[in-house]
Structures are given as structure tokens and as C-alpha cells.
Design a protein around this ligand. Sequence first.
Ligand SMILES: [Mn+2]
Length: 303
Amino acid sequence: MNSNTFQDQEGQEHSYKYGSLSHTDAATRQQAIDHNIECIEIGRALGSKALTVWIGDGSNFPGQSHFTRQFERYLDAMKNIYTALPDDWRIFSEHKIFEPAFYSTVVQDWGTNYLIAKELGPKAFCLVDLGHHAPNVNIEMIVARLIQFGKLGGFHFNDSKYGDDDLDTGSIDPFRLFLVFNELVDAEGAKDFDPAHMLDQSHNVTDPIESLMRSAIEVRRAYAQALVVDRTALAGFQNDNDPMMASETLKDAFRTDVGPILAMARRKAGGAIDPVATYRASGYRQKVAGERPAVTGASGGIV
Ligand SMILES: [Mn+2]
């Protein structure tokens, strides 16, 4: 379940213009807490086992907000939500460097995110959205750190050129996706390691169903490539301080064409060898377009 306190809803009493869970006004914070608790209730009915919280809270100008007091208010509010969490649920906090706040964001990076998960307790974990970092940040290393300290909750997969572009997984930098999965495969069996794999994308120029197919395929491709890594050889090259052969070991796996194996696996599971071509040939899009009214207007898609 994803809560939404970053957009005002119709009929809502207090506006989130100046924040939600970290708002200076107690009644606005309470409204955001109540919304998250309602999301838990809806999630229970749907069979969900986790709540993801991303807030747009932050500031646009130096001096606008007191960093510490703002974060204290956020933590207090999150503790209220955490208390309402069922025993078999987890709560994921999602960090994001900027947007919609462009000077400071309350949950801005994995360090703050780790502090939140640590403060809240054993059911709290960090969610990594690949688009929520500065360009060139080493995301796979963040993943490794969170795994090492038992706080990796999962992912919002997408891809980006600049920021939170929310493009299809693996469409810009498939090597980075592979390196993230390299850390996940390396950590299989680690304590508290049960990451949730989710897609968080904005499909503006493609058929969203096709983009979801492609993204799911790319996630599986990165996983399969990561399984190909010769980890014994890699560990040896690392211990022998042989950066050339260590990096070539990873590149060898990344260059391996696992496409035919993935297609075979899909076919064995009753799926299509070429999902997008099969989907197009089925005429599904045309059929449902005739049944469902078109949505007018577009949203910013900020998450
Ligand atoms: Mn996200």
C-alpha cells in the first residue's frame, strides 16, 4: 500500500501545501497520520503486508523550516503510524533528494532513511527508488549498506537520465540495474533480507501495459545476469587486488545474453515468448479502449 499525503484530495480539511507528517500544525499532522492508518485498513482488506510512506515535505528556501524540529515532528508522526501496523506488516520509508521541495527535503537520502528505520523499530525498512538520487550516485553501494545492517525493504524500479524521470526499468542504464541485482544475489540468505520488488514509473508516451511488460522483463534479465556472476572467481580477484579481472568478471556476466533462457522460462510458465508482440497481436488494447472512458488531462506523476 502507498499512502498519499503529497497531493491534496477533494474535501480534505487541512492542506499539505506546507507539509504533511512534518507539518507545523498538529491537526494537519494528525490528518496525515489518520490517512496512513486508513491505508493500512484498506491494505488489510486487500491482503497487503506493507505500507510505503513517501512524503513531499521539505522547504524551498533557506530558513523556511527548522531542520531538526521538522524531522522530530516527522518521527513522532511515523511512530503513531508504526504503532497501528499489524504484527505481520512492514513499513517502508522512501527517501528522495528533491522535488517537490527544491531546497531541502525531510527524508532526503538513505542516511536519513536509515535513521528513520532504526528509530521506528524492527518492522521498519528503507525503500530505494532508483530515481530518487543525485545523478551518478552509487545506488548499488547504498543497497549493499542497507542489506549489511538489515534495513533494505525493497525497491521502486525505474530508470532515469537526470532525476526522478520514472522511465521504464533498464531503458537508460541497464548496467546499473545489473549492479543492483549483483548486490541482491550476493546477499541472498542474509538476515532480514526480503526485499519487495515494485515498479514506480510514469508512462506518458508508451502504452503503460507494454511498459510494465518490458520493465518486468528487464528486472528478470538483470537478476538472471547477476546469477551468472562467477562469485568464487570474483572474490579471488578482489582478495588478490586485481581490479582488471574483477571488473571483467562482472562485465562477462552482464554481456551474457540471457534473453533466450528468459523466453524459455516464460513459455514453460504458460506465458509468451515475446510478450509485447503477443499483446499487440491480441488486440487487447483496442478492446478495452472501447469499454473504458479515456482519462482527460495529465498528472505530474510525482512519487
Ligand atoms: Mn517511488
